[in-house]
Ligand binder design. Structure first.
Ligand SMILES: Nc1nc2c(ncn2[C@@H]2O[C@H](COP(=O)(O)OP(=O)(O)OP(=O)(O)O)[C@@H](O)[C@H]2O)c(=O)[nH]1
Length: 310
């Protein structure tokens, strides 16, 4: 266990030998407070940055800035009146050393996300317990990002696309807005893989995604739909505007030259367009129409765009 247990000299803990014994096995950071919120005892737990002796004798709440200080005070008050055995409510707080002078002096070296709770032993002995959740929060963010993104290109994946499309199409139908999809397919992509190697194919996908990110408007949503297929969702875009956008994407791809050890890589794309037209239009239905239009573009020689039949 990291962190020293301070001597039990403090009067407030002298009458709590059981607490002393319990703290020995606790990783959490635990402050013992008296009824006015003064820190009488600090068990650093795994917060190895903390120098508890700097905090003893201080009142807890002014260590934090508003509104956190007020949240702490309220949670402290609630713990005093909570019926024994009632679950301890947890709160989260972000500690920033540049704003928290006394905590900084007590060793707070970097921004940390903490989860805390209070538990009153009696009206004169209240436990303030803190756990550092910075790492688990970062991990959660990473996991959630990985679940939404294609690992090779960093573009949103098909699952994210479908979630966005469900919401966006339903909204467009309700408010009578227009919207369009571009289904973009790299022409003869398997030839690039076969002739230049999978690494070349990967670089084409990555370079195209980077180029598309630079091209799209903020409101557009763009995702990798399958192997060499991408979908761009264009809100408030009618068929004519979608055709113009598609032509710009086609030219963007045609002009892209990707440096590669065996010679620059180049490629073209074909694009099928679908535009919200019918009350029964759903993302799957619109994607199917875009696929049919893409098929026509491919059949007509590739490096082409095909809109909805008029
Ligand atoms: N390099 C690379 N290749 C991939 C990846 N994912 C899928 N592929 C390959 O992409 C190829 C897609 O082939 P097809 O769907 O036939 O597409 P195509 O060769 O462009 O054919 P057309 O669309 O008819 O022009 C397959 O050979 C897959 O193995 C990837 O992440 N990286």
């Amino acid at each position: 266990m990291v962190g020293a247990i301070q001597s039990a000299a403090d009067e407030a803990t002298a009458d709590l030998p059981v607490l002393e014994a319990l703290l020995k096995g606790v990783d959490q950071t635990v402050f013992l407070l008296n009824g006015t919120g003064e820190i009488t005892r600090v068990h650093e737990g795994t917060a190895s940055w903390m120098r508890g002796e700097k905090l003893r004798g201080l009142t807890l709440f002014p260590l934090f800035e508003e509104p956190d200080a007020e949240v702490l005070k309220q949670a402290f008050d609630q713990s005093l009146t909570a019926p024994a055995g009632e679950g301890v409510q947890k709160h989260q707080i972000t500690l920033k050393p540049e704003h928290l002078l006394q905590l900084h002096e007590a060793g707070l070296d970097q921004q940390r996300a903490m989860e805390f709770s209070f538990s009153a032993i009696d009206p004169h002995h209240i436990l303030f317990m803190m756990s550092d959740i910075s790492e688990s929060r970062q991990l959660n963010q990473k996991i959630s990002q990985q679940a939404q993104r294609d690992p090779l290109t960093g573009a949103y994946n098909r699952r994210s696309l479908m979630t966005i499309l469900q919401q966006s199409v339903a909204q467009a139908l309700r408010y009578d807005w227009v919207c369009s999809f571009l289904l973009i397919d790299i022409d003869h992509f398997s030839d690039i893989n076969d002739k230049q190697g999978l690494d070349a194919g990967d670089q084409v996908l990555q370079a195209f995604v980077t180029a598309l990110h630079g091209f799209k408007r903020t409101a557009d949503f763009f995702a990798r739909y399958s192997d060499d297929r991408f979908v761009m969702f264009l809100p408030e875009t009618n068929q004519d505007q979608a055709m113009l956008a598609a032509e710009r994407v086609r030219v963007l791809a045609e002009n892209l030259e990707i440096p590669f050890p065996t010679g620059d890589l180049s490629f073209t794309v074909s694009i099928g367009i679908s535009t919200l037209m019918y009350p029964e239009d759903e993302p799957e239905v619109m994607l199917k129409r875009a696929e049919e239009n893409l098929f026509i573009a491919k059949q007509s020689g590739s490096n082409r765009i095909e809109g909805e039949p008029i």
